[in-house]
Design a protein around this ligand. Structure first.
Ligand SMILES: NC(=O)c1ccc[n+]([C@@H]2O[C@H](COP(=O)([O-])OP(=O)(O)OC[C@H]3O[C@@H](n4cnc5c(N)ncnc54)[C@H](OP(=O)(O)O)[C@@H]3O)[C@@H](O)[C@H]2O)c1
Length: 154
């Protein structure tokens, strides 16, 4: 979703993922895609305005050299270490941002508009029946789902 939203906003996006997901990440709009088994984020020789870490695998003090002045290192994972980094860097020119999505109405309207204009295409990994909810949780907990896991409620 993040790649598609950034592309729709006219931004240039590069991605890092496993080899299995390179084709998908490219198809979603990333220009350059790196395999994390071949390159660690800190080896990539480019600077960015935003580094978005969806799984909490990057270390802020390694990523600072990849941020432009005024750039942001955004963690979707929002546990104590990320909250501490956000507080520790709040007056820095290269800040960490984290937090729980507030699901504001205007943001959801923006996403809805993108979907209606076919700028946003959800990636669905698997659909489970409601009776399989425990298996669905176990599958998600493995940390390898690609996109969303849906629960079907009749
Ligand atoms: N802040 C908020 O409001 C908010 C809201 C929702 C979710 N979250 C958080 O966001 C995080 C991500 O959630 P998610 O739903 O996307 O599911 P997830 O199950 O944590 O992520 C799975 C995906 O990440 C890939 N991945 C794993 N390690 C990676 C690495 N080092 N580099 C690149 N890709 C990697 C996996 O691919 P491979 O298996 O091929 O590696 C898989 O495609 C979680 O920590 C969740 O708690 C935060």
């Amino acid at each position: 979703m993040a790649i598609q939203i950034a592309k729709a906003m006219g931004l240039e996006v590069n991605g890092i993922c496993s080899s299995a997901n390179i084709h998908l990440v490219r198809k979603l709009g990333a220009q350059k895609v790196f395999d994390y088994n071949e390159h660690s984020c800190s080896e990539i020789d480019t600077t960015y305005d935003v580094v978005l870490d969806t799984v909490g695998s990057t270390k802020h003090f390694e990523m600072r050299k990849h941020l432009n002045t005024g750039g942001r290192h955004v963690y979707l994972k929002c546990d104590l270490p990320q909250i501490f980094l956000a507080l520790a860097t709040r007056f820095s020119s290269k800040r960490v941002k984290t937090g729980i999505s507030p699901d504001k109405r205007e943001d959801l309207e923006f996403i809805k508009g993108m979907a209606e204009e076919r700028q946003l295409c959800p990636v669905v990994d698997r659909i489970f029946e409601f009776s399989e909810i425990a298996e669905a949780h176990a599958y998600v907990d493995q940390g390898h789902k690609v996109g969303s896991v849906l629960i079907s409620i009749d």
